[in-house]
Design a protein around this ligand. Structure first.
Ligand code: IMP
Ligand code: MG
Length: 175
């Protein structure tokens, strides 16, 4: 796309696909014999979940949640509203939250508490990206694709004003 808002490449398409294949192998091994439900967080995690699940070779289900965090366009507040809840119960099941990016960690902290209260057998996080410099809460994500610098990222599911999700790589937004 010829668009001056799309800045430097943070993670190329080749890097994404290679790492996602690795994550799929690791998750398939770790959840062998378990009752895996992958919960994609709409909308940003859609591309990541779709590619990740192609590399999962054990039985698994997918479900989705949509949340909105009150705050400015680039800063979340930690006050989260559920726009779409899971379709099915997760009680006694092995839940893996699949996220696009952990920024402050506040959205995920809320999701962990909310889903944790539903009595799953286990609850872990797989985030494609993290920004370690921005993390404000103690949030151990078991699976992480890439650590990126403190820049606003777009592409591969990540949006700015709902655009750029269709890029097949992750770029920095030019403000
Ligand atoms: P947090 O609550 O601050 O961790 O923010 C989490 C959510 O904000 C993510 O799931 C994204 O939807 C969005 N977000 C945070 N950082 C970025 C970014 O760099 N680009 C696009 N969306 C982002
Ligand atoms: Mg978002």
């Amino acid at each position: 796309m010829d668009d001056p808002t799309i800045g430097a490449t943070l993670v190329s398409s080749e890097e994404l696909q290679a790492r996602i294949a690795e994550l799929g192998v690791t998750i398939s091994r770790d959840y062998e014999g378990k009752d895996l439900v992958m919960v994609g967080v709409l909308k940003g995690a859609v591309l990541f979940l779709a590619d990740l699940m192609r590399h999962i070779d054990i039985p698994c289900e997918i479900d989705f949640m949509a949340v909105s965090s009150y705050g400015s366009q680039t800063d979340s507040s930690g006050v989260v509203r559920i726009l779409k809840d899971l379709d099915a119960s997760i009680q006694g099941r092995d839940v893996l939250i699949v996220e696009d990016i952990i920024d402050s960690g506040l959205t995920l902290q809320y999701l962990m508490r909310n889903l944790g209260a539903r009595d799953p057998a286990s609850l872990e996080v797989c985030s494609l990206l993290t920004k370690p410099e921005r993390l404000r809460v103690d949030l151990p994500a078991k699976y992480v694709g890439f650590e990126i610098p403190n820049e606003f990222a777009i592409g591969y599911g990540l949006d700015h004003g709902q655009r750029y999700r269709n890029l097949d790589y992750v770029a920095a937004l030019v403000h």
